[in-house]
Design a protein around this ligand. Structure first.
Ligand code: ADP
Ligand code: ASP
Ligand code: MG
Length: 501
């Protein structure tokens, strides 16, 4: 069972988590993975960035806030003096480590990927002992364990990959004896360590991935991701009012949704389960009586009208165009374009090419847009000078909308209906891409229209609650907008990430 940031957001949330674990542990063996408390990883990364800039004051303020937040929860959850003291000592040691890491960064004015990982890992290292102590206070024998002991990864800081053979060995050796004794292990999500013991992180939102890595390593019967929504919904409920919970979807559908920005799952979450076919559940910590979504190798097969099962969007992306009439004569433009993006490790989320080769467009994350454009301009410098390639440009204000459903391939008219729905809302479609698997169709639209495009498409394919009236949708949606969104209601993935951490 994995509990996300909002699920361990404060003492009253942790009480709910404890109840869920307590009940489940009476029925079967449970291993718990926890995220940092909501908002903590963002703050730690801010502290790391401020340290690099040499700003002592904001770093001190952040650590003071974090200390208060964790102490308040510890006080509310753990009442026995001895238990509270030992939790306090463990937390203090972690805060001291954070202090040393930031002081070192301030002195050097350099934030290495390794130091950044170590600083951003502190949240999980604090929440695991907190949850374990809360469990103990409610009579559930538990032990907090740092995943650096168990998860062996490569040294790719910020996006580490597990070495499953070693990870499996260590997880089984360390956790099986605990389970045999009825002890509930509480592991830190998000982190691991290289074989040499250097701490790594799996990437933002990576605790989901930690849970399935662990599920696979332990041959678990099922993995449950407990979060703050009822399951995988037909669209992000913060953007589309009336989005419905999907009872069952396939691994591929879930992976596609995650890839195209559905924050409810980290994009790599399904990978460790593919071989075993282990079911993955998404359930609501705050409404544990609801069934949630079951993610299985083949899904239920049933989908709404039109084969579309769910929608998703990514807001913080940019569209890069390599184009011009002269491109017809330039050799291997496509190959050179993708070689360039691969060299700078820019993940291309979507690409399309017009038939005469005179326009290739790529969508990459906003953070990488300028670097990608510079690299492409270097690659095509000679061709640009001879005006064979007329331009390498980018539009920073776009979004991707993706339609997902295993059965879309067999259904005609999906693209036409989407065009119609978007046209009625006066949303321009800038580019479109359909994978050969037929499991997703993605559209690039102006970012300012992202939400309207989602709402219109959601309605067109009858994905939501029937009674929702379109004007109500728009009105209620504003309430659903997280505080950090810009005043005009425009939303992007960065806002979403910042709002939920
Ligand atoms: P956690 O902290 O539990 O990991 P996240 O904030 O990472 O939770 O993910 C849950 C959030 O994902 C939800 O609150 C919801 O706003 C967002 N989300 C985006 N798309 C979807 C979707 N299709 N179904 C459910 N939730 C979604
Ligand atoms: N705490 C980490 C993050 O905010 C990992 C996670 O929550 O899954 O990215
Ligand atoms: Mg998450």
């Amino acid at each position: 069972m994995k509990f996300g940031g909002t699920s361990v957001g404060d003492a009253s949330c942790i009480e709910k988590v404890v109840e869920i674990i307590r009940e489940a542990s009476q029925e079967c063996d449970v291993v718990v993975v926890v995220s940092a408390m909501s908002g903590v990883t963002n703050k730690l990364i801010e502290a790391a960035t401020q340290s690099e800039a040499g700003n002592r004051e904001p770093v001190a303020v952040i650590f003071e806030e974090l200390r208060k937040q964790h102490e308040a929860s510890a006080t509310a959850l753990v009442h026995l003096a001895a238990e509270r003291r030992s939790l306090g000592q463990r937390m203090q040691a972690i805060f001291n480590e954070g202090d040393h890491l930031c002081q070192g960064t301030i002195l050097l004015r350099e934030l290495t990927p390794r130091a950044r990982d170590s600083i951003s890992s502190l949240g999980e290292r604090l929440s695991a002992p907190l949850v374990a102590a809360a469990l103990a206070a409610h009579g559930v024998v538990s032990e907090a364990i740092e995943a650096t002991e168990l998860f062996v990864t490569d040294s790719c800081h910020g996006a580490a990959e597990p070495r499953m053979d070693l990870t499996r060995e260590r997880c089984q050796a360390r956790l099986s004896p605990l389970l045999k004794q009825g002890i509930v292990p509480v592991l830190t999500g998000f982190i691991g360590a290289t074989e040499e013991g250097v701490l790594t992180t799996l990437g933002r939102g990576g605790s989901d991935y930690s849970a399935t890595i662990l599920g696979s390593a332990l041959d678990a019967d099922e993995v449950i991701i407990w979060t703050d929504v009822d399951g995988v919904l037909t669209a992000d409920p913060r953007l589309v009012h009336g989005a419905k919970t999907i009872p069952e979807i396939s691994y591929r559908e879930a992976a596609e949704l995650a890839y195209f920005g559905a924050k409810v799952l980290h994009p790599k979450t399904l990978r460790p389960l593919v071989q075993s076919g282990t079911p993955l559940w998404i359930r609501n910590t705050f409404a544990p009586e609801r069934p949630g979504t079951k993610i299985t190798p083949t899904g239920s097969g049933s989908s709404n009208d039109g084969g579309v099962k769910a929608l998703t969007a990514i807001g913080d992306v940019a569209l890069i165009t390599v184009g011009g009439p002269g491109m017809l004569g330039v050799p291997d433009v496509l190959g050179r374009t993708f070689k360039t993006t691969a060299t700078i490790q820019a993940n291309v989320l979507l690409s399309s090419q017009s038939s005469s080769q005179n326009d290739i467009c790529l969508v990459v994350s906003s953070a990488l847009a300028e670097r990608t454009v510079e690299a492409l301009r270097r690659e095509f410098a000679q061709d640009l000078a001879h005006e064979k390639v007329e331009h390498v440009n980018f539009d920073p204000d776009v979004a991707i909308i993706a339609l997902v459903g295993d059965n879309m391939r067999g259904v005609s008219g999906i693209v036409g209906r989407t065009f119609g729905a978007l046209d009625r809302e006066s949303v321009d479609i800038i580019a479109i891409a359909q994978g050969s698997s037929g499991c997703s169709i993605s559209f690039v639209v102006p970012r300012k229209d992202m939400k309207a495009a989602l709402i219109a498409t959601h309605r067109e394919f009858g994905l939501g609650a029937e009674s929702t009236h379109s004007s109500d949708e728009m009105a209620v949606d504003t309430d659903a907008t997280p505080e950090s969104a810009p005043a005009n209601g425009q939303m992007n993935a960065a806002n979403l990430a910042a709002s939920a951490d």
